[in-house]
Design a protein around this ligand. Structure first.
Ligand SMILES: [Zn+2]
Length: 321
């Protein structure tokens, strides 16, 4: 489905079959000399075909088109190699480019998940079904790494690159200052909350995310064009909701530890999830995301000094301070 959102800005809603996200928004900004596509979709025919149909409908010549990828997740970056021509410039934030081109440290993340209670017999299945593993771009991409504050000019529009780490380390939003539009990727979504998770030591993505939300809250924005679902206006209200949501989640995790020491998998099983089924029916892949989310909230509490951890027979368990 192609729809015009603003003058020379179109949205192609690309379906993500059998995925709770349902669809991803690929934006096309038409310029006199060059066009810009912001985000693609997963590397699978069910995405490539509708995206190519949309681009054909808009008469987009890929030789005169560049790509901007808000972050490395497969639902945004998966088709960048398929769409780009040798004339296309492909922009992305630092660190996310490396993960795309190096293919991710799946073994390391799997070991970390097991150490945090993820059942060893399920970990391989969870990874094989992970969209980042299944639907990632298959070829390395010669990315141009954008810098903070860098401007990308497309037709009459001037977009500023704003680093907004949290959902991923190198997540970048595009801000059209004069028109007050924000292409927010997955940093700011209206109808769903973006997954904030961690599978490695020494990172505190939830704190990064909350700081990035504050940063976007300071901007003057008239319209948000998000990576999924509807465009929206009430962004400050949404930022407050998201901040409150994550504080509540952190308190929920803290409360669960009142029962005694638990690992991240046990905590994930005890948290409330916006799903129509209970934890026992959670697909492996959703369990993976849930554990990552539990870990991000644990890390946040740990840095605040409210939670500590220790090793018990190769497993990490968390405890209240
Ligand atoms: Zn996404």
């Amino acid at each position: 489905m192609v729809e015009q959102i603003l003058p020379n800005i179109y949205r192609i809603v690309v379906p993500l079959p059998r995925n709770p996200l349902k669809a991803v928004n690929s934006y096309v900004i038409k310029g006199e000399n060059r066009n810009l596509i912001v985000d693609t979709a997963m590397n699978r025919p069910e995405c490539l075909e509708p995206l190519q149909r949309g681009l054909a409908e808009l008469a987009i010549d890929m030789q005169r088109t560049d790509l901007f990828i808000t972050h490395m997740h497969a639902d945004h970056a998966g088709l960048v190699a398929d769409l780009a021509t040798p004339e296309s410039r492909c922009f992305i934030g630092h660190s996310d480019a490396d993960i795309i081109n190096e293919g991710g440290d799946w073994e390391e993340w799997a070991a970390y998940a097991v150490q945090n209670g993820f059942p060893a017999e399920f970990v391989e299945g969870a990874i094989r079904n992970h969209p980042g593993y299944k639907y990632a771009t298959r070829e390395p991409v010669d990315f141009i790494i954008v810098s903070e504050g860098q401007e990308l000019v497309v037709g009459d529009y001037r977009f500023t690159c704003l680093y907004t780490p949290g959902h991923t380390d190198g997540h970048v939003c595009l801000y059209e200052k004069e028109r007050r539009w924000l292409l927010s990727g997955d940093h700011l979504l209206r109808d769903i909350t973006s997954n904030i998770s961690v599978f490695e030591e020494e990172k505190n993505p939830l704190q990064d995310y909350l700081t990035s939300l504050d940063r976007v809250g300071e901007l003057d924005v008239q319209l948000v064009l998000p990576g999924h679902r509807r465009v929206f206006q009430d962004y400050r209200e949404r930022i407050q909701e998201l901040q409150a949501h994550h504080q509540e989640r952190a308190e929920e995790v803290y409360a669960l530890l009142g029962q005694g020491d638990l690992d991240a998998y046990q905590i994930a099983a005890g948290m409330t999830w916006d799903m129509s089924y209970g934890w026992d029916a959670f697909p492996l892949q959703q369990r993976w995301f849930a554990v990552g989310e539990a870990l991000a909230h644990l890390r946040y509490l740990e840095v605040q000094g409210r939670v500590g951890r220790r090793s018990v027979a190769d497993r990490t368990v968390y405890t209240r301070h």
